[in-house]
Write a protein that binds this ligand. Structure first.
Ligand code: ZN
Ligand code: ZN
Length: 313
């Protein structure tokens, strides 16, 4: 690449999509940067870049250690303090890299000549795969569940869940007065339910998409599609990234059980022009799923198409 940087490779140019009344705002190109803000849920997934719009968000979820996904935690944390936001942001990350991240923060502070005993740390919460759902500290109505995906380094996917109380099924159909009487009598009339809202995977190989079958019943699913072209299948396997053909394969295998309403593809190789991405995805995705697929990508020639359904393009 030479000369000026194409707009779709400018990590500060944010792409915005809407899905199920949620705003998905971010950027994701392999090797450059990945982050995705969902302001209505007060979450941002990955922080390979940190625009000012990410700073007010209180919950950050890092998927893995690669710099294009993880490098901006110190920037987010420092900008909040600089801008007078006293509310502590919470940084969730794989437990496998929590201590190493704390050392990175200490090394940066030492680099800036902060004395050892004056170094402070952001709140780093280590997440383990398939552990119990964790409440979001600033959003008591939400939980997060982490699950394992396979990549070249330890990597987690995250599902954000809405925590609700519902009437116990055996009480359905009872008159309201009777339910109120039971409640007054001290009976627990409700059960707790967790409904998935959005699932985000940073980087993973293709087989992870079938190993983690539950992802296909999340209403919004955000996954990587680093490689698109037929001759890049081996490269995708070697680099432990997903090839578009593997997404198509997963859709065909899961078939009618796919209840994803919005499948958002991201993290394309920087070598593809946007028009190539849109054309390759449109050509590969089976027709019956086409209207559910969105592409997190923009470019000067695609501005009004960014986030368009692929069959609109
Ligand atoms: Zn990546
Ligand atoms: Zn990676």
């Amino acid at each position: 690449m030479s000369g000026s940087c194409p707009d779709h490779l400018n990590a500060l140019q944010q792409v915005q999509l809407t899905a199920n009344n949620l705003t998905l705002a971010g950027f994701s190109i392999s090797g450059l940067a990945t982050y995705l803000q969902v302001p209505e849920l007060d979450v941002v997934f990955d922080l390979g870049e940190c625009p000012l719009s990410a700073v007010p968000i209180d919950h950050v979820f890092l998927t893995h250690a690669h710099g294009d996904h993880a490098r901006c935690v110190p920037r987010h944390w420092q900008l909040r303090r600089m801008l007078g936001n006293a509310r502590p942001a919470i940084y969730f990350l794989p437990e496998a890299i929590r201590e190493a991240y704390a050392r990175l923060i200490a090394a940066e502070a030492r680099f800036e000549d902060v004395a050892e005993d004056r170094i402070t740390y952001p709140t780093l919460v280590g997440m383990v795969a398939d552990g119990a759902p964790v409440e979001l500290p600033h959003r008591k109505d939400l939980r997060v569940r982490a699950f394992p995906v396979h990549h070249s380094v330890p990597s987690l996917g995250y599902t954000i869940l809405a925590h609700k109380k519902k009437l116990r099924p055996e009480l359905h159909g009872l008159p309201g007065a009777e339910i109120a009487r039971l409640r007054r009598a001290g009976e627990d009339v409700s059960i707790e339910v967790l409904d998935p809202l959005i699932t985000f995977i940073g980087d993973c190989d293709g087989p992870s998409l079938l190993a983690q079958r539950h992802i296909w019943s999340s209403p919004i699913l955000v996954i990587e599609a680093t490689f698109l072209d037929a001759e890049e299948r081996d490269l995708a396997r070697l680099k432990l990234h997903t090839h578009l053909d593997e997404i198509v394969h997963a859709l065909e295998v899961i078939g009618d059980d796919v209840t994803v309403e919005h499948l958002v593809l991201k993290h394309f190789s920087m070598r593809y022009p946007p028009a190539h991405v849109f054309a390759a995805v449109r050509a590969a995705i089976p027709a019956r799923f086409a209207d559910r697929v969105k592409i997190l990508l923009s470019g000067p020639e695609l501005d009004e198409r960014a986030g368009a359904r692929i069959d609109d393009v």
